[in-house]
Ligand binder design. Structure first.
Ligand code: SF4
Ligand code: SF4
Length: 157
């Protein structure tokens, strides 16, 4: 699943309306579940071309060392995984490129869909054990994610 649906018009909307799950709480438990294949399904870690370039520049790795073509538009790459199904950047259950982690990782367990010309809806996947933990998230959290996604998606154009 991509963090922002490929059908989203990602040119900056003039007056967006953002809906999100009211009162939902979330605290990342750093369990690493979203960084590897699960028993039920493989994990596709989709990334933008600009994210691959940034990771390459900052780590000194060649893109081929850590990413491969996804065959998709917008999210043109997927991060490589190890034989055990874990992301190549996961070390001892911790992300080794945390400050550079791609949009899909920053969004999890949430994702964004466009439901009208200026209307956007955040949903979530229930597989994250961090949901229901911590303090309820506010609109500020979702607005920040939204703004960050638009910036990244436009940068990647
Ligand atoms: S699955 Fe949820 S709690 Fe676990 S590392 Fe990912 S975001 Fe954090
Ligand atoms: S880049 Fe980091 S946060 Fe994203 S899947 Fe890999 S290890 Fe997890």
């Amino acid at each position: 699943m991509s963090p922002v649906s490929a059908s989203v018009s990602w040119r900056a909307p003039l007056n967006p309306s953002i809906q999100y799950p009211e009162g939902i709480s979330f605290l990342c438990l750093r369990c690493g579940l979203c960084c590897k294949d699960s028993f039920y399904k493989p994990r596709l870690i989709l990334v933008l071309r600009s994210e691959v370039q940034r990771i390459s520049e900052r780590t000194g790795l060649k893109p081929d060392d850590f990413a491969e073509d996804s065959g998709k538009q917008i999210y043109e790459y997927i991060l490589k995984k190890r034989e055990d199904g874990s992301c190549i950047f996961l070390r001892k259950n911790i992300c080794s490129i945390y400050d550079l982690r791609p949009l899909v990782c920053r969004f999890f367990p949430f994702y964004l869909k466009q439901v009208g010309s200026q209307d956007y809806l955040f949903s979530f996947t229930k597989e994250c054990p961090g949901l229901g933990r911590g303090k309820p998230l506010t609109g500020k959290f979702f607005r920040h994610l939204f703004t960050y996604a638009l910036k990244e998606l436009n940068h990647g154009s």
